[in-house]
Design a protein around this ligand. Sequence first.
Ligand code: AMP
Ligand code: MG
Length: 347
Amino acid sequence: MKCLRVRRLNSSILFIGIIAIAVFVAFVLTGCQKKKLAAPGATVSGTYFDTLITITAYDNTPQDVLDGAIDRCAAYEKIFSKTDESSELYAINHRMGGNVEGNTYSIEVSDDMYEVLSCAVKYAKDTELAFNPALGSVISLWDYHSEHPTVPSQTAIDEALKVTDPFVIEISEDGSHTISMPMDGTQLDLGGIAKGYIADELKKYLVKNGCSEAVIMLGGNVYCMGNKNNQGYSVGIQKPFESIGTYVHVLSVKDDSVVTSGIYERYFEENGHIYHHIIDGTTGYPVDNDLASVTVVCSNSMKADILSTALLCMGSEKALEYARRESLVKVILITRDGEFIETNPER
Ligand code: AMP
Ligand code: MG
């Protein structure tokens, strides 16, 4: 009897052992199961910042990495959107949160906001205000998003222009990421830089997650990662005021960002005059010079974004001078007369 009990006990132990091994093997197998890979050429997309954003991977990137990239755009919108009432930028522009002492508002900002603002103010100086991140008060008057946009009154423009000095923004350098600005109507508009920053950040995220061959498109901002598995990337330069996909030139691009600013991208017409979305900070009106678009090729997409906007504001002569000074890979200017000017044509 004793003996029998022991044998029964042994077989029970064996049975439990087998189950445990089976569960363990199943667990290991599921754990090691390969993540779902997106087919080369798989695209994820979403609309953020009023712009269709698409990311296409040309290597076998896990689908969840691509999904994660597009989800990040929603998070960036919560930082840089000027109109979303729950965004960080909205809080700054409305002097919400933070501290007020006398006439000074200060707030600790996110790392992303800190980096973008620091760079924006630096380039405001460097471009002699052609790029100005504090034009928010004026830009809000030109409501391109409304169904019937109209030219603002001169009085409104004059008033708004009084609060467009980006150098009133104090940015801490003590590591605290605090910014301070007056309790007046100064408003930030980061529409000319944020997409470039986001392209750079999405690129970093993809690289960190093993993706090296991809195209990130945020409207006029394109980041070509790698070389499309040695097939090379082609990026078309849009012909101003023609239907989308009509190109004046096609660039071969490898591991670079291509950013275009154009007066045809957002505009309305009144009395036969075109009022576009890139503002001259000295007049408060849309920039009025010989340029219709500027394309900048540069490995830093934020820099390309800032400079495509700034160079467009400068006009061709100053823009070419500036491009020569900077080590930009390439700059393409298209004038309103349809002239095509390219620096470094050999690249
Ligand atoms: P982009 O398409 O990169 O040239 O950016 C255009 C956007 O930048 C506009 O829609 C505004 O939000 C903002 N913006 C307009 N004019 C300026 C300017 N002179 N400096 C900086 N940002 C500007
Ligand atoms: Mg820009």
